[in-house]
Design a protein around this ligand. Sequence first.
Ligand code: HEC
Length: 101
Amino acid sequence: MPSKFLCSALLLCSSYTSWAVDPFTVELYESSCTICHGSGIGDAPKSFDVSVWSERLAKGNDVLLANIVRGINGMPPLGMCSDCTKQDFVDLIDYMSTEKP
Ligand code: HEC
């Protein structure tokens, strides 16, 4: 993963593994995902609810990413974030599926 390499090259990894979320990820989350995932509308896995997310995470990131891009049931394609990159979605999944401090 080039981003992992960059991360270690810049010595930013410690802040990634501990709780330090990229403000950009939070911005994307607030502008696109929180509308549904914040309150769990229409069966959306609720953000920061680790137990709800654990069964989703069990599918693996590839499946989750594909479902984000295509949409699944009440989940709109790209989660209404047409500018998000794959890496953004990976970061968003990490963010939403982890307990908030
Ligand atoms: C319009 C409401 C809505 C928005 C906006 C939305 N989601 Fe969802 N999302 C859902 C719903 C509903 C589900 C549950 C779908 C299902 O499994 O039935 C879901 C499921 C998911 C899943 C799990 C998919 C799976 O395979 O289990 C992920 C990951 C996800 N959303 C990420 C995101 C991200 C990232 C964003 C913002 C970029 C976002 N969603 C925005 C409604 C939304």
